[in-house]
Design a protein around this ligand. Structure first.
Ligand SMILES: [Zn+2]
Length: 601
């Protein structure tokens, strides 16, 4: 559905109803849990004061921040509607996510339904006998054309649960009841109900709650102080913190990850027993920094296409490389500024991004602007060929952010950097203009701060292929080196995994010997040159490494119950082994910019 139409409809509605009795129009939800062990929640939606011939109630098909149509309505069942007198009202399902309720000018309509939730992720419902995580877009229906309407939600926890954690505003005097100014706010406010471990801290004057679900070996005091440091660093970048209250909902699993940003909260996945492992802990802090940074960058400072949202279909933007890529650049930079990463580890993290991007065949096929636009059908729907056809707007976007940061530092003699761009953009578009930005406006703002043209970076976002990192790194006294340069290493071009005791091909890289010779994903590689291989790939690696570029291998594979022998000619490994190292003899200016770039705060 077209958003302009929704807004127009709403205006008409407001005008018509204002003359009758809009003041009485209200929408209220009640959520309860009769059978949490079977992963169900009961939803009651009361709509009063509308008095229309019919009402279309709808379930969103996606949730902002996670760019995939998830068809949340597939988990809705037992929909019923009744009127003021309690008598059933007929409804008709008119498409996959719309129920047309024959309200016949009834003043008070109650729609009830059940939702099933058993998918572990930060953007789907999960309900069991220990807790319920409600992803609001997967839980609450809205009245078509009334996204802007205020709404209250009452949560009735299962008797064995005692706590509710959410960024929604509690309604004074009404226990377990929360208010959202409109459905955009509701859909942006996940709700955790259970017996989570809740602790708080205050940073930059904002009250923060951490709700730990699922237990874990975390150190509360350390988490409080480390998260406070991240909050302060992120707030420093944008100049002010717009929230009064912020909630971290952390889902601890045996092995977990991922996060989703919201206006005044976030949902994070973590490994329950990873907190005492330094590497894993710093990884978790990186996730905290990433999602927290988003409360400005994407939730408030945003491209014009990302809000108001159409909850009925894909919302396209070519700028996820700015929204996700810049966030991915700043998450590690914040860790560096807090001292959680030393200079070497920070540079290593950047080099890892470069290795990931430059060694991926898809970097020659898809630009980050295209990757952003097609996130809905590519990034969020990966398959065995994704590495050959796509690039990540996270990694490559972060590298473009690094280049832009270094370019601004160099052009201004270290007086300005990417922080200044984001702070100014936040003030200009979110606070003053109260709207999203067009890409040309964003580029003009960058150029105003840098004092030089930056079309090289914006062009690179629309171009495929290798980036010229050294042009930017050199200004700060660093260079990118490729330890594989000049080496003639043979490469077969497959990735494999041991599956059911078999050496199974999981990926074939474009342009390699395996690609040319017809090795397929899902092939079991049985033998090479008459030598039987083991399932874990050690023998395969030994044979390839002992061979030379140009050698022909006889590869015996099993495919769909038949055995075939393929002839595969080994090619030179084109993958780089990239590292960022200091220049041998930096000038004082290069040294100065490098220190500013990586300085602790
Ligand atoms: Zn993100």
């Amino acid at each position: 559905m077209n958003m302009k139409r929704i807004r127009t409809n709403l205006l008409i509605l407001m005008t018509t109803v204002a003359t009758s009795s809009l003041a009485a129009t209200g929408i209220h939800f009640e959520v309860s849990f009769k059978e949490p062990q079977a992963h169900y929640a009961e939803i009651k939606m009361e709509i009063s004061g509308l008095r229309k011939d019919y009402i279309d109630v709808k379930m969103p098909v996606w949730t902002p921040g996670s760019y995939l149509v998830r068809e949340y309505s597939r988990h809705v069942e037992s929909v019923e509607a009744c009127g003021t007198d309690g008598a059933a009202i007929a409804y008709e399902k008119i498409n996959k996510n719309t129920w047309r309720v024959a309200s016949a000018k009834n003043d008070h309509i109650v729609v009830t339904y059940r939702i099933y939730g058993f998918e572990v992720s930060v953007r789907t419902n999960f309900i069991d006998d220990t807790h319920a995580f409600l992803s609001p877009a997967a839980t609450f229906m809205y009245v078509d054309g009334m996204i802007d309407h205020p709404v209250d939600v009452t949560v009735i926890p299962h008797p064995s649960w005692s706590k509710i954690s959410t960024g929604l505003e509690p309604v004074p005097g009404k226990p377990n009841t929360y208010h959202a100014a409109d459905f955009d706010v509701l859909f942006d406010s996940p709700i955790e109900v259970g017996n989570q471990d809740v602790f708080t801290f205050t940073a930059t004057g904002v009250h923060h709650e951490i709700a730990m679900v699922g237990g874990g070996n975390y150190d509360k005091e350390r988490l409080q102080s480390d998260c406070a440091a991240i909050v302060e660093e992120a707030t420093n970048i944008f100049g002010s913190n717009p929230n009064k209250r912020y909630v971290f909902i952390v889902h601890n699993y045996q092995s977990g990850g991922g996060g989703l940003e919201h206006f005044n909260s976030t949902v994070l996945g973590a490994s329950r027993n990873g907190y005492q492992n330094e590497r894993s802990y710093v990884g978790f802090l990186g996730l905290v920094a990433h999602e927290y940074f988003h409360l400005w960058h994407v939730k408030r400072l945003r491209p014009i296409e990302l809000g108001p949202f159409d909850y009925d279909a894909e919302n396209y933007t070519s700028l996820l490389w700015i929204m996700e890529g810049f966030t991915a650049y700043f998450d590690n930079l914040i860790l560096r500024r807090c001292g959680f990463l030393n200079e070497g580890s920070y540079l290593q993290a950047l080099a890892n991004d470069i290795n990931t991007v430059e060694n991926r065949a898809g970097n020659q096929i898809q630009s980050v602007a295209q990757a952003s636009f097609d996130a809905w059908i590519k990034y969020y729907r990966p398959d065995e060929n994704s590495a050959n056809t796509s690039v990540s707007y996270y990694n490559k976007g972060a590298l473009l952010a690094m280049m832009l940061d270094l370019k601004i530092l160099a052009a201004t003699g270290g007086q300005k950097r990417l922080d200044d761009v984001l702070k100014t953009a936040y003030e200009t578009f979110y606070i003053q203009k109260k709207r999203g930005f067009e890409v040309h406006e964003f580029q003009a703002l960058v150029e105003g701060i840098a004092g030089v043209a930056v079309d090289d970076i914006f062009r690179a976002a629309h171009t495929v292929g290798t980036l010229d990192y050294n042009q930017y790194l050199n200004a700060a006294g660093y260079e990118l080196v490729d330890y594989n340069e000049g080496r003639e290493l043979p490469d077969l071009g497959v990735t494999t995994a041991a599956q059911d005791g078999r050496l199974t091909v999981t990926g074939v890289q474009r342009g390699t010997g395996a690609w040319d010779g017809g090795i397929n994903v899902r092939d079991e590689i049985i033998a090479i040159n008459g030598e039987r291989l083991d399932a874990n790939g050690k023998e395969l690696n030994r044979i390839v490494q002992a061979a030379s570029v140009g050698d022909e291998l006889h590869v015996l594979v099993a495919r769909d119950g038949k055995v075939r022998e393929l002839r595969v000619r080994l090619k030179k490994d084109t993958k780089g082994a990239f590292n960022i190292v200091p220049l041998q003899n930096p000038t004082p200016e290069q040294k100065k910019l490098g220190e500013i770039w990586l300085s602790l705060h």
